[in-house]
Design a protein around this ligand. Structure first.
Ligand code: FAD
Length: 433
């Protein structure tokens, strides 16, 4: 008899899980429920942002026939980073990879989901049903059912054999787990807000290059990036400290559209002239916050429930690993189901044993590999520079930098966090001060 897998959330994690299960076996009957509309019918650019899929994510996507090629066609490969040299008063770029074949693929989150959906529709063994505009309201682990609200406000009860919470940082499935004995959950908000703006690519931006900026002075903290997108566009992401901004709605010292235009052109991205309309659009937009969550397990054995992706571990986007960590959860879960012949009593605890330490490690690496005090930033950057030069010359002897280990290798996050635990502790201490 087929195993009925109900996946809550048609984000990258939920959709990739459907691919993994369907491409491997006919044993599964899959139902995906998503509270939003089908992304193919949305004006996807307003709040959607670009995410980078590096070596880890690509390695997993390449395991599914044709999937990586389809996703690659919707994104922009990035091989260089750019920064503004105040001394030379010009933009400078440097190559990120030793191997010219390597890249970080930048893709709009909605385009990623659309591609995953389109490729799912091509699966020959279509034992899958995807329902949009269906919001999970509650779960009943004892009866193994979920309650959903449809677009026309009808309540639907759906049974499952395995329930997968792929419903993001504010997961309803996780909320149900919180009432189970022995389940511990921590949640914190970073002191950071962010906004996104999509713009035509300015002339100074080279192809295949992402540009970073940061302004850290006294109480001002603004960091961000201009990331290339398809159709000759860029995605401008700006993060700032809430405490350094009186109103929190916008970065410090930016109270109107004119001021924003000036700061972008003179300070953050010299040379980028925003139109009045673009600046106004940014200023009036609602900011988003950054949430971090940690759970002591990602499953409930009796309820036959498992969490993947942001539902299991929401984190800061500093290292651009959230989606790739989500893909890794999905891949590990898929492998365990195969190895253990779908015996959920064995699969679910094993999944938590493997993935909780990975989730905690990448959450910490994201939170603490970014010093905020000038003295520590200089020390940290010197370590990165030295280690990167030595690693280039003596790769067998000197380990890569923590940032390269995360973005360009498959070394488990837990091992990287262990190697750099002293830096994590020092930066955590200094940032908290
Ligand atoms: C600014 C920014 C930049 C980022 N950059 C990167 C990057 O460069 N690289 C990277 O790897 N990651 C990046 N990330 C992280 C990445 O976007 C997330 O980790 C990834 O989207 C997680 O996928 P998910 O499927 O687990 O969750 P989500 O993408 O949150 O998807 C969850 C889905 O569940 C649905 N849902 C929620 N609640 C319910 C409910 N009750 N009922 C039904 N459906 C529900 C939601 O509508 C959503 O579609 C970035 C994140 C941000 C904010």
């Amino acid at each position: 008899m087929a195993i009925k897998v109900v996946i809550m959330g048609a984000g990258p994690a939920g959709l990739l899980l459907a691919h993994c299960l369907l491409s491997r076996s006919n044993d599964y009957e899959i139902y995906i429920y998503e509270k939003r509309n089908d992304p193919r019918f949305l004006d996807n650019k307003k709040r959607a942002f670009v995410i980078g899929i590096g070596h880890r994510g690509q390695t997993i996507l390449k395991q599914i026939n044709g999937l990586w090629e389809a996703i690659k066609n919707r994104g922009i490969p990035v091989r260089k980073s750019g920064f503004y040299s105040q001394k030379k008063e010009t933009w400078q770029t440097f190559s990120r990879y030793q191997n010219p074949e390597d890249c970080n693929l930048l893709i709009n989150r909605n385009d990623l989901c659309i591609t995953l959906l389109e490729e799912l529709e091509k699966c020959s063994n279509k034992n899958i049903k995807i329902v949009f505009n269906a919001t999970c309201l509650d779960t009943n682990f004892r009866k193994k059912t979920i309650i959903l609200k449809s677009k026309d406000n009808r309540l639907i009860e759906e049974s499952y054999d395995l329930l997968v919470g792929a419903d993001g940082a504010n997961s309803v499935v996780k909320k149900s787990l919180m009432s189970q004995p022995g389940f511990h959950f921590e949640q914190s908000y970073f002191n950071t807000n962010w906004k996104v703006l999509h713009l035509p690519k300015p002339d100074f931006m080279e192809p295949e290059t992402s540009y970073g900026f940061r302004q850290i002075e006294n109480s001002t903290y603004i960091v961000g990036a201009a990331l290339p997108e398809v159709n000759n566009q860029i995605c401008l992401l700006i993060f700032w400290d809430k405490t350094s901004s009186k109103l929190n709605q916008n970065p410090p010292e930016i109270t109107n559209a004119n001021e924003f235009q000036r700061i972008v052109k003179d300070v953050l991205l010299p040379g980028l002239q925003l139109t009045n309309e673009q600046a106004e659009q940014f200023i009036t937009k609602r900011p988003s916050s950054v949430i971090q969550t940690k759970c002591n397990r990602y499953h409930d054995r009796e309820g036959k429930v498992v969490l993947v992706g942001d539902a299991a571990h929401a984190m800061s986007s500093r290292l651009g690993q959230g989606c790739q960590a989500a893909f890794n959860d999905v891949w590990v879960l898929n492998q365990l189901l195969q190895e253990e012949n779908n015996n959920l009593d064995i699969v679910l605890p094993k999944y938590s044993e493997k993935q909780v330490k990975e989730g905690h490690a990448i959450t910490d690496l994201n939170a603490y590999l970014s010093p905020r005090t000038n003295w520590l930033m200089i020390l940290f950057n010197s370590m990165i520079l030295l280690r990167s030069k030595l690693n280039e010359k003596l790769p067998n002897l000197i380990q890569p930098t923590p940032l390269n280990a995360v973005s360009q290798t498959l070394i488990p996050y837990s091992e990287i966090a262990h190697r750099f635990q002293h830096w994590i502790r020092l930066i955590k201490w200094s940032n908290q001060k």
